[in-house]
Design a protein around this ligand. Structure first.
Ligand code: SF4
Length: 120
């Protein structure tokens, strides 16, 4: 049994925080293909994974995020794993009145962890 799997969808981020633990930022390249993301999600039931954590970079910049969430939810419905779908986001979209299908899906489906820093 695994308590948590972090799925790093993209290295791209719209911020460049000084405390960032990775080399993530606006110019960062590299992301999973949707097929790769689905492949990893398919492994979760066999490992009895409790939490799937979608992360980056900034995962909301990943173009296929809705597809990933919907796929993970289908796997969860079918197998009962993962128990929870989580996402770490810098919440840039909150200031921008993010009103999209993604917002509705995220609000209904997953738990969001918001991290931020106070800028000087
Ligand atoms: S928002 Fe997160 S991923 Fe993006 S630069 Fe800051 S710490 Fe790194």
């Amino acid at each position: 049994m695994l308590n948590l799997v972090n799925l790093l969808l993209t290295r791209k981020c719209n911020y460049e925080c000084s405390h960032c633990i990775g080399t993530y930022g606006p110019d960062s390249e590299g992301k999973l293909t949707l097929e790769q993301a689905k492949y990893y999600i398919d492994q979760l039931p066999e490992q009895q994974t409790i939490d799937l954590n979608l992360t980056g970079g900034e995962p909301t910049l990943y173009n296929e995020l809705i597809d990933v969430i919907q796929y993970a939810d289908k796997v969860r419905e079918k197998t009962s794993y993962p128990k929870k779908i989580l996402m770490i986001t810098n919440s840039w979209w909150a200031e921008n009145k993010w009103k999209t299908d993604l917002e509705i899906l995220v609000r209904n489906l997953i738990l969001i962890r918001i991290y931020s820093q106070i800028q000087n």
